[in-house]
Design a protein around this ligand. Structure first.
Ligand SMILES: Cc1cc2nc3c(=O)[nH]c(=O)nc-3n(C[C@H](O)[C@H](O)[C@H](O)COP(=O)(O)OP(=O)(O)OC[C@H]3O[C@@H](n4cnc5c(N)ncnc54)[C@H](O)[C@@H]3O)c2cc1C
Length: 374
């Protein structure tokens, strides 16, 4: 079976991995270089921030992220020599209003990753001695981890590129589909090349609504800009991730600290804004004042694929026999990515899905009724 995947962010690359591991042939297309959009720009926290603020459908996929990335890293590292750098740093949350609800959530769901404890003063300082003295209590999640997402993308790309059943096509924009009845016959690139496959997967992130007109359905996915700052400190300098008021610090193994983020609706604009940088900087220094002694070495903004409630669309697209969706992961596409790709693979190959797929169904996309009638 030959599957053409459109979009080589985390969603498309993980789908490619899943299908190749099942013996399929895969062609992977991206309008730019692989792994350069939201999936590169993101932070790599392997949990929704404040999971109790998200629907079950999001947490359901996210809770598999860490274990699956650990498994894939162990498999790919000998082949690609690129380590995902899964950091088991734990997370401290300082938002006092969330303490009780966070603990109640942990007790209710008994999810090992969301295990947490309320910590105070000296215990808190022992867990993270870099904190400002203003922080006297926090909710501590010792099992929360982060991945170095650019490395994950590089590793998956290397795996796909080396694979004998895969073909890769960076800088190929898929512009339209050539239909034959209810089936896609071919996908057509900007160079008018025709691509034939048995099945087509849209893993097109923030660009997914560009298919609305051609597919005659409403796709409520829109770009939501998020901005980041990168500090460089000595290796292993900051022991935990930190979060307050939806602003976070994510330490990497070599001392890079990724700080974000913002939420801005400005179309496909990826230029960082100086006011937002200043806000992220102030929030970072408020958590860890010594960061002010280290340089900011980079800043950027990425486009999250915003969708209603942040629940992705995973499964068969309506009205077309061989088109599949894996898009709309909004703020949690890195942690949901492995489980989302696995679910899509199981649905497409008619295998038993490992979780109930109904919450992700594309029946939530509104079809143009005239189209159905015609
Ligand atoms: C600042 C920021 C912080 C984040 N932090 C986290 C986090 O800590 N944890 C977490 O889980 N998530 C996080 N996210 C969210 C996460 O990054 C996204 O949900 C995820 O990367 C979406 O992956 P994707 O593959 O669907 O989209 P993308 O990575 O955007 O990939 C889509 C790809 O499709 C290609 N494409 C689109 N249309 C076409 C076409 N017609 N033809 C060919 N190619 C096409 C694009 O070029 C792009 O490469 C963050 C995002 C941002 C911006």
């Amino acid at each position: 079976m030959h599957i053409a995947i459109i979009g080589a962010g985390i969603s498309g690359l993980l789908c490619a991995f899943e299908f190749l591991e099942q013996g399929c042939h895969v062609s992977l297309y991206d309008q730019q270089h692989f792994g350069r959009a939201a999936s590169w720009a993101g932070g790599g926290i392997l949990s929704p921030m404040y999971p109790w603020r998200y629907p079950d459908a999001v947490n359901q996929l996210a809770r598999h992220g860490k274990a699956l990335y650990q498994h894939y890293n162990a498999q790919l590292l000998p082949q690609t020599a690129i380590d995902f750098e899964i950091e088991h740093s734990g997370m401290l949350i300082f938002d006092a209003d969330d303490f009780a609800i966070g603990q109640a959530y942990a007790e209710k769901y008994q999810d090992p990753m969301q295990r947490c404890q309320h910590v105070q003063s000296e215990q808190l300082q022992r867990i993270n001695p870099r904190l400002a003295a203003t922080w006297q209590q926090a909710l501590y999640f010792p099992a929360l981890s982060n991945i170095r997402n650019p490395r994950v993308l590089q590793s998956l790309q290397a795996y796909v590129q080396q694979h004998p059943r895969a073909q890769v096509y960076p800088q190929h924009t898929i512009q339209q589909f050539k239909m034959r009845g209810q089936r896609i016959d071919a996908a057509i690139t900007q160079h008018n090349e025709q691509i034939y496959a048995d099945h087509f997967v849209l893993a097109t992130g923030a660009w997914s609504a560009e298919w609305e007109q051609q597919l005659r359905c409403h796709i409520p996915v829109a770009p939501v800009q998020g901005q980041m700052l990168l500090f460089k400190t000595p290796a292993h300098w900051l022991p935990t991730m930190c979060m307050n008021d939806v602003m976070y610090l994510i330490p990497r193994r070599d001392g890079h600290i990724v700080c974000g983020s913002s939420v801005r609706h400005c179309g496909f604009d990826t230029r960082p804004d100086t006011h937002i940088s200043a806000k992220i900087y102030a929030a970072s220094i408020a958590m860890v004042p010594e960061l002010a002694h280290f340089p900011i070495i980079k800043q950027w903004a990425g486009l999250r694929p915003g969708s209603p409630d942040g629940i992705p669309y995973i499964g068969a697209m309506p009205e077309i026999d061989n088109l599949w969706a894996n898009f709309g992961h909004y703020r949690n596409g890195l942690c949901m990515g492995p489980a989302a790709a696995r679910l899509l693979r199981q649905l497409l190959l008619a295998q038993q899905p490992f979780i109930d797929p109904s919450a992700y169904s594309t029946t939530r996309l509104h079809i143009d009724q005239q189209h159905i009638a015609s």
